[in-house]
Write a protein that binds this ligand. Structure first.
Ligand code: ZN
Length: 192
C-alpha cells in the first residue's frame, strides 16, 4: 500500500500552499512533490484539476517544470514578504509558463452563480502547468504584500498569507510552530 500523503492547506492561499510543499522535517529539507504521482494528488487535493483529468497522466518532465515554477514563486514570495521588489527573471519564469501552456477559461452560470473556470484541454501536462502558473500569477497580482509572511518559527520555512481580520497571524500553524515557540519562551523565562 502506498503511504498516505499529508498535504496541508494552511497557507491562507493555494499559491502559498504550493510554495509550502517544500519544507523542513526535523531540520532536513523535504519535498512533498517527490514524484509525478504526488504532484497529481496535490493538484487534486488543491482542487485545481479533477482526478479524471490528471491522475496517472503526469511525467517527470512536468514535475521538473513545476518545481522550477515553484522555485520562482518562492523567490518572489520571499522578496514580497521582505518588502523588496521581485526579480524580473522570476516574474518572467511564471509568465513564460502561462505562454507555454495556454489554457482555456470559460464563464459559466450554475445555480445562479457566475464563475470563470478553467476548462481542461485534455493534455494533462499542459493543463497542470497552466493551472499552477495561473494560480501563481493571480495570487501575486492580487496579494497584499503586507499580509504575506514567513512563519515566525525558528527553523520553519513555511509562508502564510494572513487572512485574519486583525492581521496578527505569526505562525504557519498554532499547533506546530506556535506551540513550539511558546514553550521555548516558557522554558527561557523559567531559566531566567
Ligand atoms: Zn512554521
Amino acid at each position: 500500500m502506498k503511504p498516505k500523503r499529508h498535504f496541508s492547506f494552511i497557507g491562507g492561499a493555494t499559491a502559498i500552499d504550493f510554495v509550502n510543499t517544500e519544507g523542513l522535517r526535523d531540520g532536513k529539507p523535504i519535498d512533498l512533490l517527490d514524484g509525478p504521482e504526488a504532484l497529481e494528488e496535490w493538484l487534486i487535493a488543491a482542487d485545481l484539476l479533477a482526478p479524471r483529468d490528471v491522475r496517472g497522466r503526469l511525467d517527470a518532465r512536468t514535475l521538473d517544470a513545476v518545481r522550477t515554477l515553484r522555485a520562482a514563486l518562492r523567490r518572489i514570495v520571499t522578496a514580497m514578504s521582505e518588502d523588496k521588489p521581485p526579480r524580473r527573471q522570476d516574474v518572467g519564469a511564471i509568465d513564460a509558463e502561462l505562454a507555454r501552456a495556454p489554457g482555456a477559461l470559460a464563464l459559466t452560470l450554475a445555480d445562479g452563480k457566475l464563475a470563470a473556470s478553467f476548462q481542461p484541454r485534455g493534455d494533462a501536462a499542459k493543463d497542470a502547468r497552466f493551472v499552477l502558473a495561473r494560480m501563481a500569477a493571480t495570487f501575486l497580482a492580487e496579494a497584499n504584500p503586507q499580509r504575506l509572511h514567513l512563519c515566525g518559527g525558528a527553523r520553519c520555512i513555511r509562508f502564510f498569507y494572513d487572512t485574519s481580520k486583525s492581521g496578527t497571524r505569526r505562525w504557519c500553524t498554532m499547533s506546530g510552530c506556535g506551540n513550539r515557540e511558546k514553550s521555548a519562551k516558557h522554558r527561557a523565562a523559567r531559566r531566567a
